[in-house]
Design a protein around this ligand. Structure first.
Ligand code: NAP
Ligand code: F7E
Length: 338
């Protein structure tokens, strides 16, 4: 019999890639979508799978909605990918972020426990939970030291997953995913912003990319690789949490440089701190500048994951390098621009 899965956050980056994967594995896919004025499911259209998904109303802050959906449909698997996922705006919306990302997961767990205890649950945990950790090895045993309202909301959810697994024997597990990007990444995230703005500058020959802290370092991978690990996590004999990462780290500045090079710019960096900027070598025009409005009250300095456990148990490894990821994102942006 075909398996039935619910993906919450179906309109987001990961929701779309995961839906594509599950369809290819012959699942009946339900996509949880909250009502918005734009109602946009453009990513599903981009991947050509819009018609293959059963869209249902799903709002993480609404207890009765979640209970009804889970009670009635009794899914084999639920992938909870919905969240207020932008770290930067969590400083402006700490309560909403906590309600959606933290309590939302408690609502799902309670509904599963009471009405559908055989449903397997995947929770989208995050490397942001490590924050500025003292641990040098960022694996499943590293210490958490969350440094944003977003990270704290996700850590609450993470511990609830662990608690319900232990206390009620539910198949609930969390993937601690490091940053993963793609051509379908949201526009406010730094990778998409860099690729998009530099592509515009290349074609329009005007404009300037404004960034915040370019010295933080992230462990970036390709979202298409990471959704495969989510699925693997729900196919095990027993539920476990796993780190999913590339194992490599690069600064935002390196991301800018590699993107610029691929797009045919040679950048020369000048100045320091808020006065740092980059000019294009040929024209001498300023193409990157620093703007303090993009700095966060606190930031995570360095992320570099250790995915040994996933490699051993799930046989998972990333297949897309830092450079290939940037090239893929640039090629997509160029095709849209043309
Ligand atoms: P995304 O593109 O921002 O998608 C988030 C999804 O959540 C969207 O479909 C959004 O719907 C939905 N959503 C937001 N608030 C909701 C609410 N109150 N009720 C129901 N749905 C709601 O995020 P993503 O990059 O795909 O990430 C997927 C998950 O992984 C998130 O939980 C994120 O926190 C986590 N994560 C991401 C990364 C990463 O690097 N991408 C790394 C670690 C963990 P709208 O379209 O209506 O806004
Ligand atoms: O920032 C710096 C910023 O917003 C990366 C989410 O998917 O991954 C993501 O969170 C870094 C930060 O991603 C700008 O300060 C500089 O240090 O792309 P980001 P994030 O905060 O790492 C984790 C794992 C998740 O779980 C989240 O859901 O880049 N930065 N200048 C900037 N960031 C942005 N957005 N915009 C700038 O102009």
């Amino acid at each position: 019999m075909k398996k039935k899965a619910l993906i919450t956050g179906i309109s987001g980056q990961d929701g779309s890639y995961l839906a594509k994967l599950l369809i290819s594995k012959n699942y009946i896919v339900y996509g949880g979508d909250r009502r918005t004025a734009s109602g946009s499911l453009w990513r599903l259209e981009e991947l050509n799978i819009r018609e293959k998904i059963n869209i249902i109303d799903f709002e993480l802050s609404e207890d009765s909605n979640i209970t009804n959906v889970i009670r009635v449909s009794k899914f084999d698997e639920i992938y909870n990918l919905a969240a207020q996922s932008f770290v930067g705006s969590s400083y402006q919306t700490p309560l909403m972020t906590t309600d959606v990302n933290g309590l939302g997961v408690a609502r799902i767990l309670e509904a599963i426990r009471n009405y559908s205890p055989n449903t397997k649950l995947y929770q989208a945990s995050t490397s942001e939970m490590y924050g500025n950790t003292v641990s040098t090895k960022q694996d499943e045993n590293a210490k958490f030291h969350p440094t944003s309202p977003y990270a704290i909301s996700k850590l609450y959810a993470h511990w609830m997953i662990n608690l319900y697994r232990e206390a009620y024997d539910l198949y609930a597990c969390a993937g601690i995913l490091f940053n993963h990007e793609s051509p379908l990444r949201g526009e406010e995230f730094v990778t998409k912003k860099i690729v998009r703005e530099l592509t515009k500058i290349k074609f329009k020959k005007k404009g300037c990319l404004s960034l915040g802290n370019i010295y933080t370092k992230r462990d970036w991978g390709f979202a298409g690789d990471y959704v495969d690990a989510m699925w693997q996590m729900l196919q095990q004999q027993k539920p476990h949490d796993f780190v999913i990462a590339s194992g490599r780290t690069h600064s935002i500045k390196e991301f800018v440089n590699v993107t610029a090079r691929y797009l045919g710019f040679s950048l020369i960096w000048k100045g320091k701190g808020l006065n740092e900027y980059a000019v294009e070598q040929k024209s001498g025009k300023k193409v990157v500048q620093i703007d303090k409005k993009f700095f966060r009250p606190t930031d995570v300095n360095l992320l570099k994951g250790n995915y040994s456990k996933a490699s051993k148990i799930l046989k998972w490894k990333p297949s897309t390098s830092f450079k290939s990821l940037i090239q893929m994102m640039c090629d997509y942006e160029i095709s849209k621009f043309k």
